[in-house]
Design a protein around this ligand. Sequence first.
Ligand SMILES: [Zn+2]
Ligand SMILES: [Zn+2]
Length: 338
Amino acid sequence: MIEVTPGIYRMPLPLPIPTLSHINTYLVRGDNGSLLIDTGWNTKEAFDSLKKQLADDGIDGREISRIVVTHAHPDHYGLAGELENLFGATLAFHHLEKDFIETRYVNMDELIQELGQWLHRNGVPPDRLAELQKASLPMLRFVTPTLPDTTLYGGETITCGDFNFEVLLTPGHAPGHICLYEPDKKMLFSGDHLLPTITPHVGLHPQSSSNPLGDYLDSLKQLKKLEVDLVLPGHEQPFTEFKDRIEGITLHHQLRNAEIMGALGHDSKTAFELTTEITWLHDVNGVGWYKLGNWDKRMAILETLAHLEAMRAKGELEKFNKDDIRYYRLPQKAEGNE
Ligand SMILES: [Zn+2]
Ligand SMILES: [Zn+2]
């Protein structure tokens, strides 16, 4: 447990995936109950690590009266159900995330069917469909589904000790992702919206908005207006270069757009084809998408789609259907309109 500022502690918890070493859970201490921000996956390692970090600092977990999760991804939300019970705490998260708990973590058959259709229509060949469609099922065992006691909408203030956190809706990485902003202390709990070196995943899928990358960049732009001296992210280390980081991520997405446009040229291509033709992060030798695991492959397709739809929303691309498959191309001039 690391004290980041008087009254606020960071507790890194282990994650069972090689590409991401830990999730940051934060404890904000107050006289009338403490606040826990994000929870970790529901694994024994994470659960034991959290209990040990509290115990090592002589903190009785029962002082935690409230838990807020920034969004309902397994790494931030998975342990929430267990911890609510353990601490006797209440749970709060955004209503847009609440809407997905049932379909994502309890009765998933419909979502898996829908995702299969979605991948098919975006050009995934039939022989690859099943493995990509079901790529997220192994994650389910890391989540104890639970609904919030308090549903957030954005604009609320959560007070704990000397801190007054404004709830900011920052959609993009997840539709109901929130950040917590402390205007006097100029601190921001950024969840997965803003990370110091990783570019947060933004994907288009059946449970995203129609233009999640547009939403993401808009909410980054809104955030940039704030005065922030310290960012407390959901992964990696706290950092201070708030505006530089926003600019860096914005530039990254412009470069990705350019790369996709380069791969498209004057052809018509599906999101799947384009995904296999551009570079990916874990792809050190430039071999490409085919080297990724199924989970990463699927995220890559959904990311490419998010870029394509963001460019389409700006009129830089158009989409057409042929035999139930969606293709993207540069906008065609109307006939006789030369
Ligand atoms: Zn996330
Ligand atoms: Zn995360």
